[in-house]
Ligand binder design. Structure first.
Ligand SMILES: *Cc1c(COP(=O)(O)O)cnc(C)c1O
Length: 314
């Protein structure tokens, strides 16, 4: 990903929390993030002791809206935490401009975006640090949990290595309260082998997504391809009668999922953060449906899923 350092940790969530803590962000600080993501993005901010502040999403791209992020900045804001959601890169040029204008750090959530690029540049190379998950369902998955944070900053990498290791500067000398977050060696060995396959898997995801796009154009709202660097962690379409479509697919033996049914600011777990409403994210949560997409899926099966979606629409 073009980064000088990669620090293996136990999960993607830990990678985010450790990146935030290594930047010196914690209690009293605010971190602006997206209301549409796995809740772990915002839970990582809470785990670092900071307050997650939700700015609404861009209605097309479905990632953090740079204008909304700028409007959410206060004197306590320390960082922006955009998510490259479903494999779609967030609008990094505009977000970096906001960060620069207000002197904010940027931490990228790349947990769904292994090998994605934004305007030709690898995601994860825009901010001070980036977080990856190797949970089995991710584009690069282990057989169990795993994660890594990447950065070009040697001092940040050194502090992250210390934080993941109980805060030890040297063996049995704990200089700050770190955590125990190891990238298990067995998982690391599996990831090393699978890493060789990731580029091929990514091309395959894009080919299968192109079949869906060709078959479903004009039938449902397709995921916008804002950037050719999209890696299709998920193929997320939108449909006003999303629940009925999911049931129709299920009757044909086709699995589908909703990523995500509830925007993070509406989750009771975040009530104490006093989140502002995010109406775009709320509407999107009622319409999104993820169709089957993984590198081993046969093109004929993609056609079959698309035919079932078309039959429902007719
Ligand atoms: C999976 C995921 C995480 C959390 O990663 P874990 O390895 O499950 O802790 C965080 N953010 C996003 C966007 C994710 O998809």
């Amino acid at each position: 990903m073009g980064a000088g350092h990669a620090v293996g940790v136990g999960t993607g969530t830990d990678a985010l929390t450790i990146a935030i803590r290594a930047l010196g962000i914690g209690p009293g600080d605010e971190v602006i993030t997206s209301p549409l993501s796995a809740a772990y993005t915002a839970l990582a901010i809470l785990a670092a002791g900071a307050r997650p502040v939700f700015a609404d999403i861009d209605p097309e791209r479905l990632t953090l809206d740079p204008a909304a992020a700028a409007a959410a900045v206060t004197s306590r804001t320390a960082a922006l935490l955009p998510v490259h959601l479903y494999g779609q890169p967030a609008h990094m040029t505009a977000l970096l401009a906001v960060a620069r204008r207000h002197g904010l750090a940027v931490v990228e959530d790349c947990c769904q975006a292994h090998l994605a690029t934004c305007e030709g540049r690898p995601v994860g190379s825009f901010g001070a640090a980036a977080a990856y998950s190797f949970y089995p369902t991710k584009n690069l998955g282990a057989l169990g949990d795993g994660g890594a944070l990447t950065t070009d900053d040697s001092a940040l990498a050194a502090r992250a290595r210390r934080l993941r290791n109980g805060g030890q500067a040297e063996r049995y000398h704990h200089v700050e309260p770190g955590v125990n977050s190891r990238l298990d060696e067995m998982q690391a060995a599996i990831l090393r082998e699978r890493l060789r396959l990731l580029a091929g898997w990514t091309s395959r995801r894009r080919e299968l997504a192109a079949i869906y796009r060709a078959a479903l154009g004009g039938v449902v709202t397709l995921p916008p391809e804002m950037d050719p660097g999209h890696v299709y962690h998920l193929f997320v379409m939108r449909c006003a009668s999303r629940d009925a479509l999911g049931q129709h697919l299920s009757r044909s033996g086709i699995g589908s999922l909703v990523h995500y049914p509830v925007p993070i600011p509406k989750q009771p777990a975040f009530a104490a953060a006093d989140p502002a409403p995010c109406p775009v994210a709320e509407q999107v949560c009622d319409e999104v449906l993820s169709l089957p997409l993984y590198p081993q899926l046969a093109p004929d099966d993609v056609e079959r899923v698309a035919a079932s979606v078309r039959a429902f629409a007719n």
